[in-house]
Design a protein around this ligand. Structure first.
Ligand code: DX5
Ligand code: ZN
Length: 214
C-alpha cells in the first residue's frame, strides 16, 4: 500500500493558514488533515466548516476532516458542503446505527467515511461499523492538542486492526520519523502529522522521512 502523509493544520499558523497549506502541498504532502474540536469531546476549540470552505479554495489536496466533536451527526452535512473529501467521526461520540446511516450518505456524496477511536477505546467498539467505513483513524495520543508523545501501545492496536481490516488505516498523534517506521510496519498507510512537519526546518525532508519511515 502506498503511504500517504496527511499534514495536520493544527500545527499551522492560523493567520497564515493558506500559505502554510500551500507550503506543505508543494513539499509533497498527500492530504491536508483538518482538526475540528468543540471544547466538549476534547478540551480545546479549533475551527468549523467556514475555515474548511476557505481551505478548499487554496489547495488541490484532499481535505481529511477529523471531527473531535460531540453530536457529529448534527454537523457532518455542513462539513460536506464546505468541501471535505474525507470525514472522520469518533466512535465515542455516536452510536453504531447512526454512524452507519451517515456513512452510507457520505458514500452517495462521494466523501470517504472514517471512524476513529481514542487510545483507551477497545477495537471491539468499532467492529460493528467496519464494513461501512473507507478508513479507520487510530489515535496514538489522546485527542485535543498537537505535540504530544506517541503512545507505544498503539502499534499493537494497529497490528490487530490490520489483521481484520483491509481498508486504509490512518494514525494520528506523535508521528515523527521514528514512530512512522513502527506504525507503517504494523500496517498503517496514512500518517497524520502536525508538529513534526510544521516544526521542521526542511518540510519536504520531514514529509519524506515520515513516508519512508527513516
Ligand atoms: C490531536 C490531533 C492531531 C494533531 C497531531 O488531537 O487530532 O491531528 O494535530 O499533532 P502532532 O503530530 O503534533 O501529534
Ligand atoms: Zn487529527
Amino acid at each position: 500500500m502506498r503511504i500517504k502523509v496527511a499534514a495536520s493544520s493544527l500545527s499551522a499558523d492560523c493567520i497564515c493558514l493558506a500559505d502554510d497549506v500551500k507550503r506543505v502541498e508543494n513539499a509533497g504532502a498527500d492530504l491536508i488533515h483538518v482538526d475540528v474540536m468543540d471544547g466538549h469531546f476534547v478540551p480545546n476549540i479549533t475551527i468549523g466548516p467556514l475555515v474548511v470552505r476557505s481551505l478548499r479554495k487554496v489547495t488541490k489536496l484532499p481535505l481529511d476532516v477529523h471531527l473531535m466533536i460531540e453530536n457529529p451527526d448534527k454537523y457532518v452535512q455542513g462539513f460536506v458542503e464546505a468541501g471535505s473529501d474525507m470525514i472522520t467521526m469518533h466512535i465515542e461520540t455516536i452510536d453504531a446505527d447512526n454512524f452507519i446511516k451517515i456513512s452510507k450518505d457520505l458514500k452517495i456524496k462521494k466523501v470517504l467515511a472514517g471512524v476513529s477511536l481514542n487510545p483507551d477505546t477497545d477495537l471491539e467498539k468499532i467492529k460493528p461499523v467496519l464494513s461501512d467505513v473507507d478508513f479507520v483513524l487510530v489515535m496514538s495520543v489522546f485527542p485535543g492538542f498537537g505535540g504530544q508523545e506517541f503512545i507505544p501501545e498503539s502499534v499493537e492496536k494497529i497490528k490487530q486492526l490490520r489483521s481484520i481490516f483491509k481498508g486504509d488505516i490512518s494514525v494520528d498523534g506523535g508521528i515523527n520519523d521514528k514512530t512512522a517506521k513502527q506504525v507503517i510496519a504494523a500496517g498503517a498507510n496514512i500518517l497524520a502529522a502536525g508538529s513534526y512537519i510544521f516544526g521542521a526546518k526542511d518540510v519536504k525532508q520531514a514529509i519524506e522521512r515520515i513516508r519512508h519511515g527513516n
